[in-house]
Design a protein around this ligand. Sequence first.
Ligand code: GSH
Length: 86
Amino acid sequence: MTAPLLELYYFDSCPYCQRVLNVIIELNILVSYQDIYGDSNAMQKLFYITGKKTVPCLFIDGNPMFESLDIIDWLKSNQHTLDKIK
Ligand SMILES: N[C@@H](CCC(=O)N[C@@H](CS)C(=O)NCC(=O)O)C(=O)O
């Protein structure tokens, strides 16, 4: 089975993003990153798709998940099915 494609919208000084990033690093999960203040296209895309500018937002196969604690729970529950950084 193919692992879901993960894309995290975030910005560095957001504490809720940092707690998600810490878990991603701890679990060594492969994620692509969209810095909404480093890339105005990323901010526009987040707003266009979700109608919100709230981060963290984890896209799981294109479906947005908000709320850092929900994202962390999902990552921990699904860690064995996710691609890892080699
Ligand atoms: N309860 C949310 C809080 C997220 C949050 O407040 N993020 C701030 C940045 S630190 C934000 O994106 N604010 C802008 C907005 O919601 O439009 C979580 O835990 O993920």
